[in-house]
Unconditional design. Structure first.
Length: 344
């Protein structure tokens, strides 16, 4: 039987509103912090299937969420292409700087990610009944922003400049990322992922024609390549903070579109939900705050998107200072939401 959340991603309006939360596994959970302290570093967790499996399942032990998302990171892709990667406590990721695609080593790419696929298979084997497993990747533009800058928390000046001054060299890097991303998504699905999310977290760093070339085109190529291999596995696109015109241009064959909190749900109901499932979009700051305002806003999002296929989520990841009891209250609010009967 098709799981409820998978049905929703596939475009059906479900009886209840299914939900998961970006960064649902992570530093706001004391059990995550405990494992992290013992593991001695983020990458030690990501490449250890027993630990990564435990962390992936931690939020489902506490909360009645409808899906688990693989515990990993978007930067394992450049790492598996041979770039040095480190996650410094409190500083975010550091990566070798690359502006020349010939430095990327595609040979053995998937072999180096074998532990991640082992995690997927191990989680799948132990997944509670009715829950789905989400695999994911970062989109080429977002991943390339870390490769060109060598770190997170940057201002996109270097990548914008590089794309403008050396579009052919930049295109070659994007082309490698498109290719390996399709094979990595394929491997995650073969290992057991039931849906995949493509994170274009930095979509709003480009607009207009640049958005079309560096955001829309590579994502469209990934979705098309993936759909050839897995026509029935839902793809969720997440072009975070893209402007509404750009969001419309992002209609590239994804089954669902994830929305950040800056998009009005009423707008999405009218312009997106008629064609795709909509996923989103409570502000993580409201989850941090908790209480009546969070619950009212969550209900209003459910009401606005009640007319079609809908999966509840945040507009971005859970903030690390969030009290886990707020997550429990949010799950109760969303799952308690009564959808209206639609005229047949
Ligand atoms: O414990 C720690 O200190 C590490 C914090 C952390 C975690 C928990 C990082 C470092 N990555 C992750 C896990 C992670 N990353 C997941 C796991 C599944 C889940 O959602 O529960 C996922 C899907 C990601 C994806 C990811 N990594 C994105 C896309 C989503 C988003 O948040 O926009 C991005 C941009 C990254 C890069 C990254 N990894 C980690 C950090 C701190 C960052 C952001 C750096 C920056 O600000 O530029």
């Amino acid at each position: 039987m098709e799981k409820e959340i998978v049905k929703a991603w596939n475009g059906k309006r479900t009886d209840k509103v299914p939900m998961w939360l970006m960064r649902q596994a992570g530093r706001y959970l004391p059990e995550y912090r405990e494992v992290r302290a013992k593991a001695g570093g983020f990458l030690n967790m990501v490449y250890n299937p027993a630990i990564a499996k435990e962390i992936t399942l931690q939020p489902l032990k506490r909360f009645d969420l409808d899906a688990a998302i693989l515990f990993s990171d978007i930067l394992v892709v450049p790492h598996a292409l041979g770039l040095k990667l480190a996650f410094m406590e409190g500083e975010g990721p550091k990566l070798d700087v690359v502006t020349d695609a010939t430095r990327l080593n595609e040979n053995g790419f998937l072999d180096r990610l074998a532990p991640v696929m082992d995690t997927v298979a191990a989680v799948k084997a132990d997944l509670p009944k009715g829950k789905a497993l989400i695999g994911f990747v970062g989109s080429p533009w977002t991943v390339a922003s870390y490769m060109v800058h060598g770190e997170g928390g940057h201002d996109f000046a270097l990548i914008r400049n590089f794309a403008k001054l050396e579009p052919d060299a930049f295109q070659r890097i994007i082309d490698v990322l498109v290719r390996v991303t399709i094979s990595y998504l394929d491997a995650q699905v073969r290992a057991g992922a039931e849906a995949v999310q493509v994170f274009e977290s930095w979509a709003s760093a480009v607009t207009g024609d640049d958005f079309k070339r560096w955001v829309v085109a590579p994502n469209a190529a990934i979705v098309a390549g993936f759909k050839k291999l897995h026509p029935h596995v839902p793809v969720i696109g997440f072009p975070r903070t893209a402007k509404t015109d750009d969001l419309l241009a992002f209609d590239i064959g994804c089954n669902a579109i994830g929305l950040s909190q800056d998009v009005a749900p009423e707008w999405a109901a009218k312009h997106l939900q008629t064609r795709v499932c909509v996923q989103g979009n409570l502000a993580p700051e409201l989850l941090l705050e908790g209480g009546a305002k969070m619950e009212e806003t969550a209900k209003n999002i459910c009401l606005s998107l009640d007319g079609g296929p809908f999966v509840f989520n945040l507009g971005h990841g859970v903030i690390k200072e969030t009290d886990p009891s707020h997550v429990a209250a949010l799950v109760e609010t969303v799952h308690g939401f009564k959808r209206r009967a639609l005229a047949a």
